[in-house]
Write a protein that binds this ligand. Structure first.
Ligand SMILES: O=C(O)[C@H](O)[C@@H](O)[C@H](O)[C@H](O)COP(=O)(O)O
Length: 304
């Protein structure tokens, strides 16, 4: 089938390639002239035969919202838009309503797999009407990993369910990564285990904690055994925050995911105002020693 694909960055570029390899025609649009197949969004739409299916794969937030709004102006009744980005699920109902008023269908699709998806396939979780899902199934089949459909694809529910599923998936991702990371630090700190990379590598087979994330940690340690080339600074693009917010909304205890999110926030601080307050209070009530700030952070002297 034919597909319009908006956004040919790290994800969209590889997805275009995988869909083409499966024998489908893709007209991709990106602002980068080196990778685009069309001069503009309007040009991309003009190159597609109606009824059209357009996949949006641009950064979540305003860019996705604007792109979908523009598509609403360019597309016509009977067309279908799929948002494959990491959008917040609350945007989906609004998009579906705005497009639906013009007779344009809408699906939200959580896509997992990162830069490895080209070869391994992408895990897909979709929200929307069954008829729309059925229509786009050749594209979903091209993108998902080989093997049984139900092991790499889910029609999770109504509009919003795909992005909700991806949000929870990413919350789990935060927690799993944090657990491996804390284990790594403890192994390193204790010095009891003499070869940390080899020990973690051995966990890849037979153990209870084997996983693809563990494989990726092994891969990182192969090129940088103590991860010395990196700073312990971790950004987040929203999914973990939204997961914690939903956990609060539903009164679901989510201590692991919350702690993993807060660990990322802490990673961005050179010094902690909260811990300065704890040190100050401990000094106030117990006269316990504090470390003064000194000329540069962390190089201060101990005072009682
Ligand atoms: O499943 C995936 O392929 C990843 O989760 C992917 O979607 C992306 O790498 C995250 O969005 C990063 O999220 P953070 O920036 O929040 O870590």
């Amino acid at each position: 089938m034919q597909l319009g694909l908006v956004g040919l960055g790290k994800m969209g570029f590889n997805m275009r390639e995988r869909i083409r390899r499966a024998g489908h025609e893709v007209v991709g649009y990106d602002r980068n002239p080196d990778v685009t197949d069309a001069d503009s969004l309007a040009d991309m739409v003009a190159k597609l035969e109606a009824p059209r299916v357009v996949w949006v794969m641009v950064p979540a937030g305003d860019i996705t919202r604007q792109t979908i709004a523009e598509l609403g102006e360019l597309l016509a009744e009977g067309d279908l838009v799929i948002d494959g980005g990491n959008s917040r699920f609350t945007d989906d109902t609004k998009n579906a309503e705005a497009l639906g008023a013009k007779g344009i269908g809408y699906l939200d699709c959580g896509v997992s797999g990162g830069v490895w998806g080209l070869e391994n396939g992408y895990g897909l979780m979709v929200g929307g009407d069954a008829a729309h899902v059925e229509r786009a199934m050749p594209i979903f089949d091209a993108l998902r990993p080989e093997g049984p459909r139900e092991e790499g694809f889910a029609h999770a529910g109504k509009v919003g369910a795909g992005h909700f599923a991806k949000m929870v998936h990413n919350g789990i991702e935060y927690g799993l990564m944090q657990a491996y990371a804390e284990g790594f630090e403890l192994l390193e700190a204790s010095k009891v285990v003499e070869n940390v990379p080899a020990t973690i590598k051995a966990w890849q087979r037979g153990t209870v904690v084997r996983s693809w994330l563990l494989d990726l940690l092994v891969r990182a340690l192969e090129s940088d055994p103590e991860l010395d080339d990196l700073r312990g600074h971790v950004e987040d693009s929203g999914e973990g925050r939204w997961t914690v917010e939903e956990a609060i909304n539903h009164a679901v205890p989510a201590p692991v995911i919350s702690a993993a999110l807060f660990a990322r926030f802490a990673s961005r601080q050179d010094d902690s105002p909260a811990m300065r307050a704890v040190a100050a209070l401990r000094n106030q009530f117990g006269g316990h020693a504090v470390v003064s700030a000194g000329p540069s952070s962390g190089s201060g002297t101990t005072q009682s």
